[in-house]
Design a protein around this ligand. Structure first.
Ligand code: F3S
Length: 420
């Protein structure tokens, strides 16, 4: 491939991967069969930039941005199981999100190209909820920190946190450097986390993840103690939070996650470098830090669905909103994937939420799309990850609590959440 025997696009892709592997000190490649990235997609900004620097077509952007090529090369069909992660706008509610028709039409063109080239348009940060669930031990190349930590920890598949360039190159070659989480020796625990307070609700799991990420940064926590069996939603919020306050790409929960049937298996031959306790005082401190940005209790926006909501979470929101009305002047946007929304539509959840004055949106979120209802000053969130990013990105105040706290804020316009 590097010699160009399989065409110029694969040659450019392999050149990029060789440079990447050399920078990492990798000695070989590993074959990847499941790749999640954002190949060739461009915002209007990127599109305009490349129009002036070599051409603004899908192939131009893919060649020059994704493959780091000085020339445009024909983009062949991708191999393997390749999907597109979250994008920039909802395909139906883009105007409500403040997007222009021009940007929407540009996105439509990108999507047509992706389908033509064999990339599945899942358009979500939760590909595992939308039709792409890797197998245990499968080597993957995924972007999106919350998806990566889920892939490694909950599924036991293997991926580093790849970037746009390496995932696009992997879609053409089926290879990434054999490094990091592809190798057994880099999947072992480093820090013991002893949990001394019950962790049950989704909000509790988000707070624990946020605490652990901050405590271990880019290391691998091994969690033991007063924790029950987390379901998929709890894993989703726990991992996303740990990947935000720190750079956690893999965790073990002894007796729960597949590579940690025992403490010995989680740590392997290495000893924990530290034991960190999480008790009532730490829990309160995390709650306060997640709410440290909130001052005005008048809430004008509630955002749910980070990472993208599961069907159960949409059902819960619909149940809490059924027959009620969101306060005039407030907005509620719930984000999910197109696949999950189609089930929510079937169940009537989307209509229930809409009848209450909320909107179910797909593909994106307020942080990724940099979009808020007009005039938003204070947001309420049920996701520690979103609290970490949205106030910083959009310059607004934020409150953190349970889904119920957030929906109450949407109905009353006031924040009344508290740590229970
Ligand atoms: Fe997904 Fe946006 Fe959160 S893309 S993980 S909902 S920051």
């Amino acid at each position: 491939m590097l010699d160009g025997a399989e065409g110029p696009a694969k040659q450019k892709a392999m050149d990029l991967l060789v440079r990447y592997g050399e920078a990492l000190g990798a000695e070989r490649f590993v074959g990847v069969t499941n790749i999640a990235g954002v190949p060739g997609s461009s915002t209007m900004f990127l599109h305009e930039y490349y129009k002036e620097h070599g051409g603004g077509s899908f192939e131009d952007v893919f060649s020059r941005f994704d493959l780091d090529s000085d020339e445009t090369v024909p983009f062949p069909k991708v191999g393997g199981n390749c999907c597109h992660l979250q994008g920039g706008m909802d395909p139906e509610l883009w105007a409500e999100q403040g997007m222009s028709r021009e940007a929407f039409e540009h996105q439509q063109q990108d999507e047509a190209e992706l389908i033509r080239h064999g990339v599945k348009l899942l358009k979500t940060c939760t590909p595992y909820l939308a039709g792409n669930m890797p197998a245990f031990g499968e080597h993957c190349a995924w972007m999106e920190s919350s998806a990566v930590v889920f892939c490694n920890s909950v599924v036991g598949a293997r991926t580093n946190t790849e970037g746009r360039e390496s995932t696009s190159a992997a879609m053409l070659t089926g290879k990434v450097p054999d490094w990091g989480f592809h190798r057994d020796e880099h999947r072992r625990g480093t820090h013991m986390i002893q949990v001394d307070v019950p962790v049950e609700s989704v909000m509790d799991w988000g707070m624990l993840g946020y605490f652990i990420g901050d405590a271990v940064q880019e290391n691998i926590p091994v969690v033991v103690g007063k924790i029950g069996q987390p379901d998929l939603i709890r894993h989703k919020h726990f991992g996303a939070a740990a990947a935000s306050s720190g750079g956690v790409e893999m965790y073990h929960i002894v007796g729960v996650t597949p590579e940690a049937p025992s403490l010995d298996a989680a740590f392997g031959p290495t000893k924990p470098v530290a034991t960190i306790h999480y008790g009532p005082a730490e829990r309160r401190r995390v709650y306060e830090s997640l709410n440290s940005n909130g001052r005005d209790r008048n809430v004008d926006y509630v955002m749910l669905g980070c990472p993208h909501a599961s069907i159960e979470q949409i059902g819960e929101a619909a149940q809490l909103l059924a027959g009620k009305r969101i306060r005039s002047g407030s907005s509620l946007w719930l984000f999910t994937s197109r696949a999950v929304k189609s089930v929510a539509d079937l169940h009537g959840y989307t209509k229930t939420i809409r009848d209450a004055g909320g909107l179910v949106m797909t593909d994106t979120c307020s942080a990724i799309g940099k979009m808020l209802p007009e005039g938003t000053k204070v947001v309420a969130l049920d996701s520690a990850k979103q609290v970490h990013y949205l106030p910083a990105i959009m310059g607004i105040e934020a409150w953190f609590g349970s889904t119920e706290d957030c929906i109450r804020a949407a109905l009353t316009g006031r924040w009344a959440g508290e740590l229970r």
